[in-house]
Design a protein around this ligand. Structure first.
Ligand code: ZN
Length: 148
């Protein structure tokens, strides 16, 4: 019999912490297991009940970006990004931390850190082109007001 008073503390992978998770094991009897969870994960694995440990997905805080229109209040487009990893995902690339980008419609683009850096660079370039479009539109509006 193991003496719990002298049992060594479990080893935790660097960048992780031990957290409780609720698993039903395909029946209605929820059980608590302890899992390693990345320090960037904000999922409450006790509340986010899964059928099996293999179904657990770690997610970071969502960074969101909405685009409104002058025609109505609210956003007509959105872009969300967060870190995700599924330690038991069949795709080995998705077992690692990836940046998951979505437009709120349920389809995700999973990006490696290099791919996410490339996306960020392209968004900065896109922002500069939008700025140029706004300058052109503003100049056109000002010219149109002069000639009306
Ligand atoms: Zn987690």
């Amino acid at each position: 019999m193991t003496n719990l008073n002298t049992a060594p503390a479990p080893q935790v992978t660097p960048g992780h912490r031990l957290v409780p998770a609720t698993i039903t094991f395909f029946d209605d009897a929820a059980r608590t297991v302890w899992i390693e969870c990345p320090t960037w994960c904000v999922t409450d694995h006790v509340v986010d009940v899964q059928l099996a440990v293999e179904d657990i997905i770690h997610t970071s805080k969502i960074e969101d970006f909405g685009i409104g229109t002058l025609e109505k209040p609210g956003h007509v487009f959105e872009l969300n990004a967060q870190i995700q990893s599924g330690p038991a995902d069949p795709n080995p690339q998705l077992r690692q931390a990836t940046v998951a980008v979505d437009d709120g419609c349920g389809e995700y683009a999973f990006l490696t850190p290099d791919m996410a850096d490339d996306l960020a660079d392209r968004l900065v370039s896109f922002a500069a082109r939008i700025r140029q479009l706004s300058r052109t539109a503003r100049a056109h509006q000002q010219q149109a007001q002069v000639t009306v």
